[in-house]
Design a protein around this ligand. Sequence first.
Ligand SMILES: *Cc1c(COP(=O)(O)O)cnc(C)c1O
Length: 359
Amino acid sequence: MPDRIFNFSAGPGTLPLEVLQQAAKDVVNFNDKGIGLIEMSHRSKEFVAVADEAEALLREILGVPDNFKVLFLQGGASTQFAMVPMNLLGPGKKATYLNTGVWAKKAIKEAKFFGDVQVAYSSEESTFNHVPTPDDYQVDDDSEYLYLVSNNTIYGTQFHQFPKTDKMLVCDMSSDIMSKSLDFSEFGIIFAGAQKNMGPAGCAVVIIRDDLIGRTPENIPTMFRYKTHADKGSMFNTPPCFSIHVIGLVLKWLKKMGGLPVMEEMNREKAALLYKAIDATDFYRGHAEVTSRPLMNVTFNLPTPELEAKFVQEATAEGFDGLKGHRSVGGCRASIYNAFPREGVHKLISFMQKFEQQN
Ligand SMILES: *Cc1c(COP(=O)(O)O)cnc(C)c1O
């Protein structure tokens, strides 16, 4: 097996090596029980302890207030695009959405099945290269919630301040949850697919305010009601056991590293290094407007699509994976989630400088 390469994939993304090693061991023999974690009943006391610990760590690290439930659900983040409006809207009810990219657009499409949708802002005309400030849009008075995607994984833009509004926020944090501290007071629901910054695919974490759980219209099927899962501690049916276990291991690692303040500082440092390298030359051009630049997914272009293809090809040969931009924007994208090592950023920058000189 080769040494591990530097994985810049946008998702599933890099996880800490020690977590992968522990998870591999646990798949075969969990806690010296002579049985693998993914073979065990989800009702066994061993697995219940795993799930309880994952939830407790998530609450502790993110500072989730007592009046929020934490759910581990299946169907990825995409199922939440529908589940949110299924549970919070209905005939005659309205929600407001900020269209800042593909993931927001997909959520808007689903919301329209269940209620009226006000798209208060769209950055589509500028290829989603920025996120709005609160002065850029108005939220209708009769709206139930304001929906946003905190970090636009594909285009590489991020809200550095959350909207100021009297509406509760519903936020897709799939690609920046656990990267910095949060103030929960403005949020009704936060959700995130695990596979960007928290663990393996197959699990979405949903953090939902208590009072929103009982509002679901009666004709919504059982599995799509938040109450079903909240009442049963995410064990109404068989939960995504392996994903939950690995999320727990990632959270233990995160706590050991110093928690969110340390993560945020490390993320800022890594991103700053990369943006500095991009800004130092005309050869590389950042896609996002400077004020919308994210810490997690750094998107950039080279002078021509041919050079971009060559860049990705040569980078792959040097042991960098996942640098090709998403098919809807092209260019390059370096995803530098929590577990991505700073050494990899330094190596990429050296490679970028060498590539520029040679081309
Ligand atoms: C990846 C991603 C999704 C989709 O996640 P799935 O788990 O594949 O459904 C949704 N929103 C954002 C912001 C993402 O980055």
